[in-house]
Design a protein around this ligand. Structure first.
Ligand code: G3I
Length: 380
């Protein structure tokens, strides 16, 4: 009796194992079919994306039709990377020198100038029919130690700055379209930033820099450039008052650069940006969006990328609808090379191409804004 029960139990177990084996084989087959199906769907989606991408002309082509410049900040060394250089030529028609023309890099010793990197960027732009924004003549960062530790008198520092501006701007006379003459000279509370230039020369360093830059290249457009002054706030009011007073004194200034380094959580209000650009227009000034990026707390999720795309679209739309907004420049284009991760811990994915040079939603939203603008011509 006991043996019979054991045999029966044994058979039941065998049957159960067989059933489980059959079920898992069936499940495996179903999963395989599902994977194949998913794979087909992904390939189909990829094909659609390729088709859409081929149907979207480059941003450069669209921007040219809209009558504005679209561009990026570039590093000389990266222009040797073929994917990088190809995308730059294909998509943009204005370049900013990200670091190559900063004081410390271009003028590392009192009697030494180092123009190789900037020369290369300017030639690259020229041979690809692009404009150049020169960045930047007077700033408190990336200064050489011979300046920061030099203990110069007012007269000496004025001579140094004049000679620097005349040499650098003069070298590219007629070749650099716009210069960020003075960069980030104002604090968030609207006061002038305490820099070596302000401390040693006094507030006149600002107008002197513009006058010297104009003397060195009368054709170049001269800009005051800053961050955090995009919408309407204490800082943008101070920028407005500064440039207004420069104009009243007859100082040659042609525009204001709104840097637009923003985060997903805290973008400027587009209506305020539009109002700010409008009041600068009333002063007769151009505006360039000069350094846009929209940083995201990592890891970036799909809905973050869509929100980021919306922010890029809001700003390009504001620029397109203001007749004095002539250029839209981003601080890089691929997330492979961006200043954000090294300067904002935990943030990244701020640009419009991913690390593999694939356009992100922001790319398509910008393209769509151009197309929408072209189909309904809505300049002020
Ligand atoms: O040149 C040295 C190199 O010799 C050294 O090997 C290397 C090692 O880290 O550092 C190099 O210097 C770096 C420099 O960029 C050039 O690549 C500095 O560390 C780095 O801090 C510096 O960062 C630049 C930053 O300005 C300096 O404040 C960023 O690349 C540049 O994107 C950023 O740009 C500024 C604009 O000029 C003004 N508006 C804000 C914007 C973002 O900060």
């Amino acid at each position: 009796m006991k043996t019979l029960e054991i045999k029966l139990a044994y058979r039941i177990i065998l049957v159960l194992v067989a059933i489980l084996a059959i079920l898992s084989i069936i499940r495996g087959l179903i999963i395989e079919v599902e994977i194949k199906e998913l794979y087909n769907q992904v390939s189909e989606l990829r094909r659609h994306i390729m088709v859409v991408r081929m149907a979207v002309p480059s941003l450069r082509n669209l921007a040219e039709k809209c009558g504005i410049y679209i561009g990026v900040a570039v590093e000389r060394s990266l222009l040797d990377i073929s994917d990088y250089a190809y995308t730059v030529k294909q998509e943009f028609n204005i370049l900013t020198t990200e670091n190559a023309l900063k004081f410390g890099l271009v003028h590392p010793e009192l009697d030494v100038y180092s123009f190789d990197d900037a020369d290369h960027i300017v030639s690259f732009a020229e041979s690809n029919g692009m404009k150049v924004r020169g960045h930047t003549l007077v700033w408190h960062q990336q200064l050489p130690t011979w300046i920061t530790q030099g203990r110069y008198t007012r007269e000496e520092l004025m001579n140094i700055l004049r000679e620097h501006i005349m040499t650098v701007v003069g070298r590219y006379r007629g070749r650099i379209y716009a210069w960020d003459v003075v960069n980030e000279a104002i604090n968030d509370d609207g006061t002038l930033r305490d820099t070596i230039w302000l401390r040693t020369i006094g507030p006149e360093y600002i107008e002197l820099a513009f006058r010297w830059a104009h003397e060195a290249d009368p054709q170049a457009l001269l800009f005051y450039n800053d961050y955090g002054a995009e919408g309407l706030n204490t800082k943008s009011n101070a920028v407005y008052n500064l440039v207004k007073s420069l104009i009243e004194k007859g100082v040659p200034i042609h525009g204001v650069g709104l840097q637009m380094h923003i985060s997903l959580e805290n973008p400027p209000n587009p209506q305020e940006v539009a109002a700010n650009i409008r009041r600068l227009n009333e002063l007769g000034l151009e505006v360039h969006i000069t350094e846009m990026d929209v940083r995201i707390r990592m890891p970036a999720r799909w809905d973050d990328l869509i929100r980021q795309a919306e922010i890029y679209r809001e700003i390009i739309k504001v620029c397109l609808s203001a007749k004095n907004c002539k250029a839209f420049v981003m601080w890089g284009f691929t997330d492979r090379y961006s200043w954000i991760p090294s300067h904002f811990s935990g943030y990244g994915a701020a640009l419009i191409f991913d690390e593999s040079y694939r356009p992100k939603p922001a790319y398509y939203y910008i393209a769509a804004a151009f197309i929408e603008h072209l189909t309904k011509d809505n300049k002020d």
